[in-house]
Design a protein around this ligand. Structure first.
Ligand code: ZN
Length: 172
């Protein structure tokens, strides 16, 4: 039987809109709170607070894998089938993401988009995403506005232009 891999056209970035959390707590919220099959996001990037008001510097910028990337996520209604959803822990309506979170995001997305045998064994990166990454990396709100829908995610303080530029520089 032929193995049909998921085609990834865009990367979509979210914030959790919470002050703390990790894959485990978000999975619990999505599975037991919302009744979904698994955590909605493929990747979660921590802010050092796995638990409320308990900072651990070892967890700042840590990249955790959530839903397997070969599976369709549940992060952006209408665009889950051909995207990967990455959430940074934090509320970027109120705060800025930590530089360590941005560095981890940029590094992870660059590795994901570049030819990487581990990822390529389970997904196919669309050639437009590979050739023009800056045109295929969005916040949740940007993707929604293309569909005439609205969300404030990933927050007004999320520096999407800087993220796009830094990823492009790493890849090209
Ligand atoms: Zn979102």
């Amino acid at each position: 039987m032929q193995n049909k891999k998921r085609l990834i056209r865009d990367i979509i970035i979210h914030h959790t809109a919470s002050s703390f959390g990790d894959v485990e707590s978000i999975r619990d919220w999505h599975v037991n709170g919302r009744g979904w099959s698994d955590v909605a996001y493929h990747v979660v990037i921590l802010n050092g607070y796995k638990q409320k008001r308990k900072f651990n510097p070892y967890d700042l910028g840590k990249v955790q894998l959530g839903r397997p990337i070969n599976q369709i996520g549940a992060h952006t209604m209408g665009r889950n089938f051909d995207t990967i959803g990455i959430a940074l822990v934090g509320n970027f309506m109120k705060n800025h993401p930590y530089p360590a979170q941005l560095s981890s995001l940029i590094e992870f997305v660059s590795i994901l988009i570049k030819s990487n045998p581990v990822f390529e064994s389970v997904i196919t990166i669309d050639q437009y995403l590979r050739e023009k990454p800056s045109e295929h990396i969005y916040t949740h709100g940007e993707i929604f506005s293309k569909m005439n829908k609205y969300t404030s995610c990933a927050g007004i303080s999320f520096p999407i232009d800087e993220v796009r530029e830094r990823i492009s520089r790493l890849i090209l």
